[in-house]
Design a protein around this ligand. Structure first.
Ligand code: SAM
Length: 504
């Protein structure tokens, strides 16, 4: 049986696409190789949001040309956003590549590999499925049988796509060109996928979309959400979708989403946060800049004051809710005053997490018309100052949690997570996330089986980016003992080789 290996660059959307590629390849009879060296087919799932990510692909293909030369039947596939952006050009520029496949063409991958195996020429397939959008569904393992604790179970956390593409035209962003226009998935399908995951053991679902909160049901199957205004052009059906998932899948412990756009943080969404216990007390809300002048040039379609008012309404509706964000530094024309406005916004909102990026010129984007006039050194220096500010806010926040009790969804075993196979900080065996998305390492629970459980912990220490915790007495008394073989039978989410974004 041919063996494959997938390397993923970029965002959660790409991680999710890679999981679907695993599914389609396995269904077509391929098995996963232990390493790239053992693989017959190697897939690079690429990101082109910043130039650096695209350069990584080019150097990776250069390195893999030798891997290909070692055996004539080896196949190199380039998937994802660079594949969509460059198409046939990639085949002409880099002879080592055999197949170029866009995000909407993943189901065709086995067929393209089959054609190649019988003598077909290298091929690029990058066609958006505009007329009949396809949303690939993960096949969760069968639900656990009550008779056996060792039945296969789904991972505690999963992604579910609700929409793809993007209709915003942020002047810096290549996504509308690599992912196409917005297409939405019917809410019935979304609910059915989540219900199947939960029946198989999943506790937390993250709804995925490029502007996830612009969602609208293509079949018109959702009632208007409480608080939704018929006159507000920024209103969507996202709050209605959240309400439907919470009502129809009551066993779902946590319902997250990413990435929302601030424009669609409307009163109906705030109300959903206030009323649905499954929505955790953390939202990632990309702001990009704190300067109105820069926001206008970025075509973000909100002002700083609107962003602050909308996020403040959310925090007031859900006490203790934390926010994280994305920020670009060095956008064309960004002055020291503009950047100072960004720093002051970070302090004003009090973000507890931040992904920062140096502006990078991307093909097809409107900002190409603007001169990239902030010197590289200044971009680097602003990014460092931004991180300094956000690290201080995070450190103060994590320290404030020491001594508190939190609920943690246990996502996996720490020793599986470290690249070297070691345990987490303090020798912790288990780790997971609090309701606010802080990472917590749980010490002193080696003899217990906590995977997929929501457990109560006391926070004992703050690390730089995470928390150290212990089970409360009540949680310890309620926990299941670890059975021989039990851990191995209940896998954590597949760990894909992910190359993180700059600053991420
Ligand atoms: N759709 C989301 C939005 O705009 O709200 C984010 C999607 S993008 C994959 C993730 C982040 O990358 C963006 O929020 C932005 O901060 C950053 N980014 C996008 N284009 C960029 C560019 N040309 N240069 C630097 N950073 C960029």
């Amino acid at each position: 049986m041919p063996r494959y290996s997938i390397t993923t660059f970029g965002c959660q959307m790409n991680v999710h696409d890679s999981e679907r590629m695993h599914d389609v390849l396995r269904c077509a009879g391929y098995t996963e190789a232990g390493s790239a060296d053992e693989a017959d087919v190697l897939v690079l799932n690429t990101c082109s949001v910043r130039e650096k990510a695209e350069q990584k692909l080019r150097s990776e293909v250069g390195r893999l040309a030798r891997w290909k030369r070692e055996r004539a039947d080896r196949v190199l596939v380039v998937a994802g956003c660079v594949a969509q952006q460059e198409g046939e050009r990639l085949l002409k520029q880099m002879r080592a590549i055999d197949v170029v496949v866009g995000p909407d063409n993943i189901p065709e991958l086995p067929g393209l590999l089959g054609d190649l195996a019988i003598g077909g020429l290298p091929i690029a397939r990058t066609v958006f499925d505009l007329d009949a959008p396809r949303f690939l569904v993960a096949s969760p393992p069968s639900p656990p049988s009550p008779a056996s604790s060792s039945s296969p179970r789904a991972a505690p956390t999963a992604f579910v796509t609700v929409m793809k593409g993007c209709d915003e035209r942020c002047s810096f962003c290549i996504v509308p060109y690599t992912r196409g226009p917005e297409r939405y998935r019917p809410s019935d399908e979304i609910v059915a996928e989540i219900a199947a995951l939960v029946a198989a053991g999943t506790r937390e679902v993250t709804l995925l979309g490029q502007t996830v909160n612009s969602y609208s049901d293509p079949l018109g199957a959702l009632p208007r959400a409480p608080g939704a205004s018929a006159d507000d052009p920024d209103e969507s059906e996202f709050a209605a979708l959240l309400r439907r998932v919470a009502a129809d899948v009551p066993g779902l412990a946590r319902l997250r989403y990413t990435s929302p756009h601030p424009r669609h943080l409307t009163p109906s969404l705030v109300l959903a946060h206030a009323e649905l216990p499954a929505l955790p007390r953390h939202v990632h809300m990309p702001v990009q800049s704190g300067s109105d002048r820069v926001l206008r040039r970025m075509i973000r379609r909100y002002t700083r004051a609107e962003y602050v008012a909308r996020t403040r309404a959310l925090v007031e509706a859900v006490p203790g809710l934390t926010l994280s964000t994305d920020i670009i530094v060095g956008f064309p024309g960004e002055t020291e005053d503009d950047f100072a406005a960004t720093l002051s916004l970070v302090r004003e909102v009090g973000f507890k997490g931040l992904f920062g990026f140096k502006y990078s010129r991307r093909p097809h984007t409107p900002a190409l018309k603007l001169p990239d006039d902030v010197p590289e050194g200044v971009k680097g220096e602003r990014l460092a100052r931004l991180f300094e500010e956000s690290e201080a806010l995070l450190a103060a926040h994590l320290s404030s949690l020491v001594g508190t009790t939190q609920e943690v969804l246990v996502e996996g075993r720490d020793k599986e997570r470290g690249a070297t196979g070691e345990r987490g900080p303090g020798g912790a065996l288990w780790s997971g996330r609090t309701g606010r998305h802080e990472i917590a390492h749980i010490e002193g629970a080696e003899e217990l089986d906590l995977l997929g459980e929501v457990v109560e912990v006391s926070i004992t220490r703050a690390n730089k980016h995470s928390l150290q915790a212990e089970l409360t007495e009540a949680a310890r008394a309620a926990a299941r003992p670890r059975q021989r073989g039990g851990l191995e039978a209940r896998p954590a989410r597949r760990s894909l080789p992910v190359v993180a974004a700059e600053g991420g």
